[in-house]
Design a protein around this ligand. Structure first.
Ligand SMILES: C[S@@+](CC[C@H](N)C(=O)[O-])C[C@H]1O[C@@H](n2cnc3c(N)ncnc32)[C@H](O)[C@@H]1O
Length: 273
C-alpha cells in the first residue's frame, strides 16, 4: 500500500531530479531509482505522495538537506581497496618532509572510515620512524550531513569493522577502543589527526597548490562527464607539484584528462606540472 502511495509521476520526477542533480551533481537512472531513494524519507515524514513532499521541500529550506541525505550512496569501509594505503606509505617515503605540513584530503569521506584509514596509515608510518605527527593534517569532507556527524563521532558497529580486509583487521583494532559489546570508537590519537567539514564537490575547490594527497574515491561514478572534468581540474589545481591523486579503482581517468599527471597504476596519479 505504501509503495503505491509513493509512486512518482513524470512531472514530480522532473522537478525533483533537476533540483537534486543541480545541488549534488548526482545523476539518477530514472524515475524508479529516485522514487526508491526518496520513499523512505516520505515514510519517515508520514507523507502519502510526492506533491505533498514537493510542497514541503519548497517551503522548508532544511528539507533539501534531508533529501540530499536520502539520495547519496554512503557505502564505505576501513581500508577499502587496500592497495591505495600501501601506495600512500610508499609515497610518504618519497615526499614526506618533517619540516613542513603534509596535507591530505579525503574528498567524499562518507562516515569517516576512509579518512581514519589514512590517518592510521600515516600515523604508523611516521611513528615507526620517530617523526613528528603534528605536521600531518587530514581533512575529510562530504555533502551529506548525517554521515559527517557519524564521522565526527567516530563510533562504529562491529559489522563495520568486520568488513575490513583481513590483512588490516589487527592493525585497525590497535587504533580502536571497544565501548560496549558491539561498538568501537576511534582512539583519540587518530581522532585528533582528522577534521571533518561539509563540502559539496559541485562547488569550486578552495585549495590552491597546498595539498599533498587527495583521495576522491567511489563518487565520480555518480557525476556527469562535464562535472567530473571540472572537479578533476580543481583537484589538479589544489595539489602541490608532485602531489598524489587517488581515484576509485573502478573510476580511472580517461587518457584525455591525464595532461599534467603521470599515471602510477591502480587509479593513482602524480601531478607533474
Ligand atoms: C560511495 S561513498 C564513498 C566513500 C569513500 N570515498 C569510499 O571510497 O569508501 C560516496 C560519498 O560521496 C558523497 N557525495 C555524493 N555527492 C557529493 C557531492 N556533490 N559532494 C561531496 N560529496 C558527495 C556521498 O554523500 C557519499 O558519502
Amino acid at each position: 500500500m505504501l509503495a503505491a502511495a509513493h509512486e512518482m509521476n513524470e512531472q514530480q520526477f522532473l522537478f525533483l531530479q533537476q533540483l537534486l542533480t543541480d545541488r549534488t551533481g548526482i545523476r539518477f537512472r530514472g524515475r524508479d531509482h529516485l522514487a526508491i531513494k526518496l520513499s523512505r524519507r516520505l515514510r519517515c515524514l508520514g507523507l502519502s505522495d510526492y506533491d505533498r513532499y514537493i510542497a514541503l521541500i519548497r517551503r522548508e529550506p532544511d528539507e533539501l538537506a534531508h533529501a540530499i541525505e536520502a539520495v547519496t550512496t554512503n557505502e564505505t569501509f576501513f581500508f577499502r581497496d587496500a592497495i591505495h594505503f600501501s601506495a600512500l606509505e610508499q609515497y610518504m617515503g618519497k615526499q614526506f618532509d618533517a619540516k613542513r605540513e603534509f596535507k591530505i584530503w579525503s574528498a567524499a569521506s562518507s562516515s569517516g572510515e576512509e579518512a581514519y584509514s589514512i590517518a592510521m596509515t600515516v600515523h604508523a608510518w611516521a611513528a615507526a620512524r620517530g617523526l613528528p605527527l603534528h605536521t600531518l593534517k587530514i581533512t575529510g569532507s562530504d555533502i551529506d550531513r548525517s554521515v559527517l556527524r557519524h564521522a565526527v563521532e567516530g563510533i562504529y558497529h562491529r559489522w563495520q569493522i568486520e568488513r575490513t580486509p583481513a590483512d588490516y583487521r589487527t592493525f585497525l583494532l590497535r587504533h580502536l577502543e571497544q565501548g560496549g559489546e558491539d561498538f568501537f570508537s576511534i582512539k583519540p590519537h587518530i581522532r585528533s589527526m582528522v577534521r571533518f567539514k561539509r563540502f559539496n564537490l559541485t562547488e569550486p575547490i578552495p585549495f590552491i597548490g597546498t595539498l599533498d594527497v587527495i583521495f576522491c574515491r567511489n563518487v565520480f561514478m555518480y557525476f556527469s562527464q562535464d562535472l567530473r572534468n571540472e572537479i578533476f581540474t580543481g583537484m589538479h589545481r589544489a595539489l602541490k607539484p608532485g602531489g598524489l591523486l587517488v581515484m576509485g579503482l573502478c573510476e580511472p581517468l580517461p587518457a584525455s584528462l591525464l595532461l599534467g599527471f603521470t599515471s602510477m597504476g591502480h587509479a593513482m596519479y602524480v601531478k607533474t606540472e
